[in-house]
Design a protein around this ligand. Sequence first.
Ligand SMILES: C[S@@+](CC[C@H](N)C(=O)[O-])C[C@H]1O[C@@H](n2cnc3c(N)ncnc32)[C@H](O)[C@@H]1O
Length: 206
Amino acid sequence: MSLHRSYRLLAPVYDLAVRRASRAARAASLARLPAHAGARVLVAGIGTGLDVPHLPPGNDYVGIDLTAAMLARVPRGERLALVRGDALRLPFADRAFDFVVLHLIVAVVPEPARCLAETARVLRPGGRAFVLDKFLRPGERAPLRRALNALSRHVATRLDVVFEDALAAAPLLAVESDLPVLAGGWFRSIALVRRAPATSSSSTRR
Ligand SMILES: C[S@@+](CC[C@H](N)C(=O)[O-])C[C@H]1O[C@@H](n2cnc3c(N)ncnc32)[C@H](O)[C@@H]1O
């Protein structure tokens, strides 16, 4: 089954399964967004919109998701535009956003590295991304999660993603903070900042 088809089936029960357990972590993650700043904020894999009640007012938000049935449940807001599309091929210009919210999406998509590379592309230098998801640590064996991953990657989420490996594909993103938030640190709240690319003079300087 494709992720798109399984999220179409999961849409009616998603909030029941996820809202309560994730509320505090997602609220803390989104409290880092400014209010009334006119910031351009992308919410990638917005799902049913569980982030929406925690989004500070006074910014311009774009939510993107692959699954129409999930998008149909997002609470509508005046400064929230919804787009059906792929977080691995974002239909936005380079540097189009000040912030990207990546809650429960980096470890869901089949190519986490590509998701982070696309995030780096659409963030302006100095912009930030807020990741909330489940990740293995480098070298962590986690045999049960790796075994379950064979099925779960097709129906809901990958369980084998090492964040540090995915981040290596996005050298313009630097970790600003990395906090364990749920399930004994399996879920982490990670803030990333988009560096400016090195200029040719600084990259050749010794
Ligand atoms: C676990 S849900 C997370 C939803 C929301 N971000 C949250 O925190 O509750 C994963 C979402 O990612 C969406 N999704 C999966 N693959 C995607 C892709 N390649 N591009 C955009 N959205 C995708 C699914 O449709 C689903 O809505």
